[in-house]
Design a protein around this ligand. Sequence first.
Ligand code: EPS
Length: 368
Amino acid sequence: MSSNSFGKLFTVTTFGESHGPAIGCVVDGCPPGLALSADEFAHDLARRATGKSRHTSQRHEADEVEILSGVFEGLTTGTPIALLVRNTDARSKDYEKIVEQFRPGHADYTYWQKYGIRDPRGGGRSSARETTMRVAAAVIARKWLALRHGIAIRGHVSQIADIVPRSFDASAIEANPFFWPDASQVGEIEAFMDALRKSGDSVGARVDVVATNVPPGWGEPVYGKLDAELAAAMMSINAVKGVEIGAGFGSVLQKGSEHRDEMRLDGFLSNHAGGILGGISTGQPVTCSVAFKPTSSLRLPGRTVDVSGAEVDVVTTGRHDPCVGLRATPICEAMMALVLMDQALRHRAQNADVGDVFPRIPTRTEEP
Ligand code: EPS
């Protein structure tokens, strides 16, 4: 299997399966001299982890990061940083009944078609467990981006099935298990999720992520467009079926006079472009919205085929997420960070001598 690496100058390679002994990554290209310790990973890994509320999979992983290389006396050395997370709560017997069956809507079937062999335990490599290492690698990227450029990356869940926030309060997001920006709706969502779980079905969700303080000039003009790389990065997350940058598909309904972001010397007057023009950052917040499909591991019987070619009904038991989007905010933030970090280093490599170009419209931290 190839394509387990991401990024050109800040390169992350992940490895491991959901029920193997461990998952891990190698981060290559990190600038030397960045302070880094194993306990810095705990916060973001806990935000992403299963089992933090009754509304997610009840697999309880320790998710403890071991730094195997690339750090000496608390500082990155510029050499590859290898990170390891041991799997501590895999329960492979949950998968015995479906070893020979393909869950409809799951990668079971396509992995079989591609490789002629698959690790069925927890979905093997196709499991969302892999995203642990993206979040871990992004802890390093986020730290460098914040220290060097004051960049902050924040996401929230902006839709669960047909429920949308009625208001937005940034301080509410981390205070409920849904990354939801309107505290007044948490009870309603809890009741919705409880009923969904009892029904055995699943739903989709949308996650919005914003990076502020991104300087103008990041991104490359043709194949390395910042928005193209963001879209690819978000699309590489398990269960993602759609990505929008800025006004996204809404742009279809806008007139040019409405969509264009007019400019004044003290700032842009709107941000329909999502902070990116011609594939290059404008200095406005970079905004991205990501659609997650409903998960496919359901205990409701579904029609499928098995490896012997028989038509059968499949039922998935075990510990699963009724809405995988509920855990996806830190993952989307991580992919935004990895893309920005890689583009930052690429910009520095080619364009550091350009410096600040006049006129420079100030970077806003808030949307107009
Ligand atoms: C997953 C199924 C569950 C989740 C897992 C993703 O795993 P298992 O069947 O082994 O209990 O818990 O997510 C994680 C372990 C994680 O860390 O995100 C799936 O089908 O993708």
